[in-house]
Design a protein around this ligand. Structure first.
Ligand code: SF4
Ligand code: SF4
Length: 432
């Protein structure tokens, strides 16, 4: 197959946990479940302090189009409903639950009845699914777009260093991924699927190539290891040659891009009716004594996980990968649906910047052809017109420009600030 290339960078991968089979994380003493865990509007709590709740019970919902319900990851008692700080500085409510240790499922947990595409999309919403690759886009909203979709692209690139959670999903839940692809093809009436895996995961490529050998409508696509290969825009371009225009999402280019762990989860949900109450997390970094992959209940606190993985003397905690992850300081912060990795590092190596030497490397690597050095200059002079003219809204904060800059300019970080300054929403967030 003809794979198109884009700008970007080659990274060292540090996939130390790729052979670590996922283990179930022990039931924590309490869970903190935020009502906002992805893109879109936070939910409103449906429970009160003192209520008894069950595993998989819906405890938050919202009428907003861009929202998905939130479910309890334990059976137990609601102890507190408190304010929770989301990335980006906004507040939402979080439900604190003390488990009873029994993990009794809620009586409504049963496989959904699917007869039509609408039933399927409703079931996807009720499952609480969001993109498990980290972006957190509500999955049912992708499926609801009214364009004719001809290609389902399964995103198994996992191009960030350290993270192996999608890889372990493919290796451990192979049948769920395979059946999940067929489930989406059938219920969304899509003709063809492309399972896209970076070539640094040869065992997964071999496994799925064998498994899909008789399926004319499923291709296993081997992608070059190039960052940010797993970004939706890049994946769509590499595999189909289609380009997403400003303010578009992939459905408007007749393609659905779904993360591979989301596909596996949806298949399990359709079989059991158990909503998204746990997820796989890679725990790694040079301060971690026991790098691992764990299946962790949503709402488990980071401190509990660091203790479990024997993390010591860390100076930097990152939720996600080193390129696009978010630094954390609060060990009481909970794991949410979008977290695929927790890194604990001994060094906080905040780089010291020197003046730009106008080498142009940042421009050369930008996958969406922006001019990061000019964007930084425009932000530093607070020039709104220039920031808009330079299309800061297209920056996906991949960090490739900061990574290659010999002067260690905080380019990607500046673009985040610039977008806040302009109150720019991502194309996806603009969907109403
Ligand atoms: S990579 Fe850094 S030093 Fe080179 S042009 Fe860009 S901002 Fe300037
Ligand atoms: S962070 Fe933004 S400006 Fe920098 S390389 Fe990525 S997309 Fe381009």
């Amino acid at each position: 197959m003809n794979i198109r290339s884009f700008n970007g960078v080659h990274l060292r991968h540090y996939k130390n946990t790729e052979s670590e089979t996922t283990v179930a994380f022990p039931l924590p003493a309490r869970v903190v479940i935020p009502m906002g865990m992805g893109m879109g509007e936070p939910c409103v709590p449906l429970v009160s302090v003192g209520d008894k709740v069950f595993l998989g019970q819906k405890i938050g919902d919202s009428d907003a189009f861009m929202s998905v319900p939130v479910h309890s990851s334990v059976s137990g008692t609601v102890k507190e409903i408190k304010n929770h700080l989301l990335h980006g500085g906004k507040l939402c409510k979080a439900v604190v639950i003390e488990p009873d240790g029994k993990q009794i499922p809620h009586e409504d947990i049963k496989p959904p009845e699917i007869k039509t595409t609408k039933d399927f999309i409703n079931a996807v919403r009720e499952s609480g699914a969001v993109g498990l690759g980290g972006a957190g886009f509500p999955t049912h909203v992708k499926f609801s777009y009214d364009n004719h979709v001809d290609t389902l692209i399964i995103n198994a690139a996992e191009c960030e260093p350290y993270i192996t959670s999608d890889y372990r999903e493919m290796m451990e839940n192979t049948a769920d991924v395979y059946d999940g692809i067929k489930l989406i093809l059938e219920n969304m009436h899509i003709n063809r699927a492309k399972l896209c895996i970076e070539k640094n995961k040869p065992a997964a490529i071999r496994l799925f190539t064998r498994m899909t050998a008789k399926d004319d409508n499923i291709d296993v696509v081997t992608l070059p290891t190039r960052y940010p290969q797993g970004a939706e825009k890049m994946l769509l371009f590499s595999t189909t040659g289609r380009m997403i225009k400003e303010n578009q999402i992939t459905s408007e280019e007749n393609a659905l891009v779904v993360n591979v762990s989301t596909v596996g989860f949806l298949n399990r949900y359709m079989k059991t009716g158990m909503p998204l109450v746990s997820r796989r997390l890679t725990v790694d970094g040079d301060a971690v004594g026991m790098p691992c992959n764990i299946e962790v209940l949503i709402g488990t606190t980071i401190g509990d996980i660091l203790d479990y993985a024997n993390a010591e003397n860390y100076r930097k905690l990152i939720m996600g990968g080193p390129m696009m992850g978010v630094c954390m300081s609060d060990p009481d912060a909970p794991i949410v649906k979008t977290h695929n990795a927790l890194l604990a590092l001994k060094s906080d190596d905040t780089p010291v910047s020197s003046p730009c030497i106008r080498c142009g490397r940042c421009i050369k690597v930008c996958p969406v052809n922006l001019m990061p050095l000019e964007l930084e200059r425009a932000y530093n002079t607070k020039n709104k017109e220039e920031l808009l003219a330079l299309r800061v809204n297209l920056c996906m904060n991949c960090g490739a420009c900061s990574y290659v800059c010999p002067a260690k300019r905080p380019l990607a970080e500046t673009n985040c600030l610039a977008k806040e300054f302009l109150n720019v929403k991502s194309p996806k967030e603009m969907i109403k």
